[in-house]
Design a binder for this molecule. Structure first.
Ligand SMILES: Nc1ncnc2c1ncn2[C@@H]1O[C@H](COP(=O)(O)OP(=O)(O)OP(=O)(O)O)[C@@H](O)[C@H]1O
Ligand SMILES: [Mg+2]
Length: 345
């Protein structure tokens, strides 16, 4: 077990800066999710921990030890990739035990650890099969199993679920969460899927263009987004953003005008779809209603401002109607228009 830290870490490819001054501490036993759009540097950060990429500046420590110059196999980490990376000609048992065998671990010990990992993952009946005889979900379990048998100080996951279909993804997501809770191994989990980030992470680090936007628990990141980017990235459907102007303690937006406690100026107002309800604050035209079973996603238009709301599916609005709405003013997010940083907390 170990904690892990990035201190002033930078990564450049030639003149191109990918990560600049990354500072992040991941606690012992913690599952930290790195989330952000494609190309923001998540895999690069993970590969630097693993030692698969050099770092251009700063230092990375695992359990207090600087690992900058240690080769991957000396870092006591195990990595699970999106592509599984199993050896096709080896059985599941051989795949699971291969890393230990290469390190010269005794056969009896390898068998014990492989059986234990297979037990934890429910793949005992598959041990004699080859990877091509497994489903995608089973292959991913073997890939996770290979990390478990190593009993490393840190697990690194790079989008391990993205090759699975939607249903299997939800199931495997819960399995990895449970596994991490059981083993307590410090883990860094990379994804671009904000639902995965929210459901799996003890804490989430939101990255954009190689820079940290916010670090916090899922609840903190959802309820107190630090800026417009985080506000839009976390939550489905995404937060509504409206232009706003504050003058004389009044906030006006294209949809509504309410008393305001912020100083005069241009702002961006964020309203989560789940914080819009039927009411009498303003009226909106219903463009489209998308029922998805347990709720309906309702697309609205008020003075050319588009809004998305989530309603109970038993509400009776229909496309083409005009309906009365209210928003919960306590739950509004207010961002400075120029800096895009939050003013609301
Ligand atoms: N070997 C390389 N040489 C030059 N640029 C690279 C190299 N590897 C990655 N990059 C660039 O670094 C940036 C970050 O890449 P990275 O793979 O870390 O993104 P990511 O956040 O993991 O994205 P994704 O969600 O698509 O996997 C990208 O702009 C990518 O083009
Ligand atoms: Mg990646």
């Amino acid at each position: 077990m170990a904690d892990l830290s990035f201190e002033h870490v930078a990564k450049r490819y030639g003149d191109v800066s990918i990560i600049e001054d990354l500072n992040l501490h991941i606690r012992d036993h913690e599952l930290m999710v790195l989330v952000g759009p494609s190309g923001c540097g998540k895999s690069t950060a993970l590969r630097m921990i693993a030692g698969l990429e050099d770092i251009s500046d700063g230092k990375i420590t695992i359990g207090g030890r600087v690992v900058n110059d240690l080769p991957p196999k000396a870092r006591d980490i195990a990595m699970v990739f999106q592509s599984y990376a199993l050896y096709p000609h080896m059985s599941v048992r051989e795949n699971l035990g291969f890393g230990l065998k290469m390190r010269g671990t005794a056969k009896a010990e390898i068998d014990k650890r492989v059986d234990n990992a297979a037990d934890i993952l429910g793949i005992k009946h598959l041990l004699e099969r080859k990877p091509r005889e497994l489903s995608g979900g089973q292959r991913q379990r073997v890939a996770v199993g290979r990390a478990i048998v190593r009993d490393p100080a840190v697990f690194l996951f790079d989008e391990p679920l993205s090759n699975l279909d939607a249903k299997l993804r939800v199931q495997t997501r819960a399995e990895i969460t449970k596994l991490q809770q059981t083993l307590g191994t410090t883990s860094v989990y990379v994804t671009h899927d904000q639902i995965e980030a929210m459901t799996m992470g003890h804490r989430i680090t939101v990255l954009r263009d190689g820079r940290i936007q916010q670090v916090g628990t899922p609840q903190e990141v959802y309820e107190q987004p630090a800026n417009v980017f985080v506000a839009q990235f976390i939550g489905t459907p995404p937060m509504n953003l409206l232009p706003g102007l504050i003058t004389d303690r009044q906030l006006s937006t294209p949809a509504f005008t309410i008393p305001a406690r912020w100083r005069d100026g241009h702002v961006v107002i964020g309203v989560r779809p789940e914080h819009i309800s039927r009411g009498e604050m303003f009226h909106a035209f219903v463009d489209v209603v998308e029922p998805i079973g347990h709720e309906s996603i309702v697309h609205l238009n008020v003075n050319e401002q588009r809004l998305v709301a989530i309603f109970d599916p038993h509400e009776t609005q229909r496309a083409g109607e005009t309906i009365g709405l209210a928003i919960d003013a306590q739950k509004l997010h207010v961002f400075d228009k120029a800096t895009e940083k939050t003013l609301s907390s």
